[in-house]
Design a protein around this ligand. Sequence first.
Ligand SMILES: Cc1ncc(COP(=O)(O)O)c(C=O)c1O
Length: 457
Amino acid sequence: MSTAVQSVASGRQSSRYAERVNPQWVRLLDLLEMNVQYERCAGAELFTSDGRCIVDFLSGYCVHNVGHNHPAVVRALQRELEQNGPAMIQSHVAGLAGELAEQLCERASGRLQKTFFCSSGSEGVEAAIKFARAHTRRDGILAAEHAFHGLTCGALSLMSDSFWSGGFGPLLPETKFVRFGDFEALEQELKSKRFAAFIVEPVQSEAGVCVPDPDYLRRAESLCRRYGTLFVLDEVQTGMYRTGKFLAAHHFAVEPDIVILAKALSGGLVPVGAVLMSDAVCDSVYSSLPRAFVHTSTFSENSLSMRAGLATLEVLESNELGRRAIDSGQYLREQLNAALGEFEMVKEIRGLGLLLGIEFQAPKQLRLRIPYEAFSAIHAGMFGQILVMRLFRDWGFLTQVCGNNFMVLKVAPPLVIEKAQMDAFVAAVRSVVELANSPGSFWSEALGLARRRAFGA
Ligand SMILES: Cc1ncc(COP(=O)(O)O)c(C=O)c1O
């Protein structure tokens, strides 16, 4: 297909999507010059219809730990389909669900002995809320400020940033927030004995890739035990070897009562979620024969998700992707530090395994501060979006800023990322930051974007 024909085809796709799905999403991607058509994705590489190769440093927010379309996961799914097996009978014992649950619980270890399957991270958080309430007979749920737990009503109730909840009416009552890392504030709240669960991400992802002090989670766990609150870890982004270990909990030597997994569990190909929990929590919900199906979900144990989960675990482990996450994460952090250390706008580079964040700060030099403040006044995310746009358009890297902290560029490539790709990424980030450090085209482009946004708003 010629480029002209391709661009007409892709234009038609965009306009149909805008007409029938979400026009604002198309507008936003157009504005950021990121509305490309992806034709083929493999490993960390995304090939577009206009002949570009984009290297993925976002992984669909930690979905693609094994890389895009890993051949072993694809083959496992193909074989499952060809078998014509019991995909979703609902009135049977789903053998593959038992097999995957066994594998997950063995790896999670500690108290985590049972699994409830679902189809997304949010659905997992909803289940955790219900299970914790059933187990403790308390209604309250405590969460950390700036967390991201999902956008269904229950999960949304555990997110303090009003951007997500504004306009959607009242959410769950009896929820409260404490500052991440502050165990004194945590104890103050837990003392009331009103809370069924403290739900927290071991490393806060969308808050800005915040890694807690080494003893925070252990102390939080022991406070939860003291006051009869369940200690629940949302590992939707951090699980499945993203931080180097099967669960990020394993870095901090904690034993949660409930862990929520999703995203990377099925290799990025089929929706899935899993809520791992103690026997006691599970028994509180499925406590008698009439309650055998009191919490279920139509798609939860479907054979494609379960098969994809089993194949994904096998790929992660036979390729030692956990070890790679640790080694590559350390390499990337060192290289980024070396390349960006001299720029005053770069505040910190942090992370665990291959979940990294580059935090930026307002420039001090007047010549940069004036344009910076002008753009921040238009939208707090403007600076970060220009970085993302330039990395994409000029250098072929897909990234994003954190959802609850626009000053942190998230760096989370598939765990199969190669050294040459990391080196090229570091050079690209340096080049874009260098540009931002001079009062030239970076800022005039930002102004152009601000104007286009203002006129089209
Ligand atoms: C930590 C965390 N929890 C829960 C969710 C919600 O998952 P989902 O989008 O699959 O509902 C997300 C989504 O990004 C997440 O990052």
